[in-house]
Design a protein around this ligand. Structure first.
Ligand code: GTR
Length: 327
């Protein structure tokens, strides 16, 4: 893992340090972090932005991607970006739920009926309002990316109804929403960083976790947890965030370019997502993972009280109504 100090040094541009006129500064490398491995659709989308940026600026601006969690946990990378030690981070909204309450609406259970429904919502006014909310705390919200439908997987048994989750220790991301949901379903939530899931499954510290097909495959969790339940309880999307400090230091035309490229990276990412999500599903099933269909109304009923409790917040309630009107 790189030290924060080396990042700070690497991240500060010669232009800023030497107060040289911008045009005299040859090259600026923007740094980016992602917990996923190279080739994962979110990593590829940010690399695409980097390539386009380099092309459009004749090599003056580019992006260096630190993938596979090289810069640590998602919550740590968010802070690095807020303080300007790192330029971009791509994290799931789960890592932002506690610090940015507006994000909770996109992570709550059974808010979306399908991928298309989630995409419509993040592409519309609700998505725009949430991206704007990042400004208040040193961030620029650039884009939402897909993260599929999150489902439970475990090392013990097939699950088709909530009662079968009772007593299992289930890893959750660092979000009160996910803690509450897993508790509501009768399991024991255990918050852990993404990078710790594989070994925690192996050592039996946890019995399972929940995530999408692509991440289940590429993080190799399927090699240890052999039971997958198609719960689709959350579509919690990914966010691409940029440091507000870095954004402010860019020339106006570079800012515009970056915002435009982030917007255009979304269809690129979605295309990649659709293809690789299906590939991953086939791959893990081909490698012996047992998939159970679930009693969806039973899961929705079990999650309903915690959903209602969170919707007591007027902001979330308003957004929920807007999202549900777009089914
Ligand atoms: C994945 C997401 C990651 C990370 C992970 C987790 O779906 O892409 O950014 O948040 O879930 O559960 O920690």
């Amino acid at each position: 893992m790189l030290s924060r100090r080396s990042l700070l040094i690497g991240g500060s541009s010669a232009c800023a340090t030497l107060a040289l006129p911008r045009l005299a500064c040859a090259k600026e490398v923007l740094t980016a972090a992602d917990v996923h491995i190279d080739g994962y659709p979110t990593v590829e989308a940010v690399k695409w932005i980097g390539r386009e940026l380099e092309r459009e600026t004749g090599g003056r601006l580019s992006v260096r991607m630190y993938h596979a969690g090289q810069l640590g946990r998602e919550t740590d990378t968010v802070n690095l970006v807020r303080f300007g030690a790192l330029d971009f981070t791509r994290v799931n909204l789960a890592a932002l739920n506690n610090a940015f309450p507006a994000t909770q609406i996109l992570s709550l259970p059974y808010v979306f009926d399908s991928t298309e429904h989630m995409r419509r919502s993040v592409d519309g006014p609700v998505g725009a309002e949430i991206l704007a909310a990042f400004e208040a705390r040193g961030l620029v919200g650039l884009a939402f990316y897909d993260s599929g439908a999150r489902c439970f997987f475990n090392t013990h048994r097939p699950i088709s109804e909530p009662a079968e989750l009772h007593g299992l220790k289930i890893r959750v991301p660092p979000s009160d929403i996910f803690m509450d949901l897993v508790r509501a379903l009768g399991a024991n939530p255990t918050p852990l960083a993404f990078g710790e899931i594989f070994s925690s499954l192996q050592t039996r510290l946890i019995d399972g976790a929940e995530n999408n097909w692509r991440s289940f495959h590429t993080s190799r969790h399927f090699e240890v947890a052999r039971y997958w339940a198609q719960t689709e309880h959350s579509y919690s999307p990914e966010a691409l965030l940029l440091s507000r400090k870095r954004f402010a230091a860019l020339a106006p035309q570079d800012r515009e370019l970056l915002v435009d490229l982030a917007r255009r990276s979304v269809p690129y990412m979605r295309e990649l997502w659709d293809r690789t999500e299906a590939e991953s599903r086939e791959f893990v099933i081909g490698h012996g993972v047992q998939v159970s269909q679930i009693d969806r109304p039973a899961f929705e009923r079990a999650a309903a009280p915690m959903l209602r409790a969170h919707l007591r917040d007027p902001l979330l309630e308003r957004m929920y109504r807007a999202i549900r009107s777009q089914v």
